[in-house]
Write a protein of this length. Structure first.
Length: 94
């Protein structure tokens, strides 16, 4: 696996190519989190993963240092920030 294809040097893309490892993460989220139970935080994954959870009924916040605040995909809200300094209060997510 070429490390240039992954964080932090990877180019930001909405949906990874079919054979990209992140595609498996999207499918995992769709299978294992199919029953929404509240608010979810997605950190640094492809925005398509956040959109997939939103389509399933989750309230989704997406955090990435490469994206400015605003909507991302279908039904997810994006926040630019650092996972080591989350811009959310305690017990915000389920």
């Amino acid at each position: 696996m070429n490390t240039a294809d992954h964080t932090p040097t990877e180019p930001f893309t909405y949906l990874p190519k079919a054979n990209h490892p992140y595609t498996a993460a999207i499918h995992w989220a769709e299978r294992h989190l199919a029953v929404p139970s509240g608010r979810a935080l997605v950190i640094g994954s492809p925005p398509a993963e956040a959109s997939a959870l939103a389509r399933l009924g989750w309230v989704v916040d997406y955090l990435d240092w490469r994206w400015e605040d605003g909507p991302v995909g279908e039904g997810a809200t994006c926040h630019q920030g650092n996972a080591l300094a989350l811009p959310f209060g305690d017990e915000t997510f389920d």
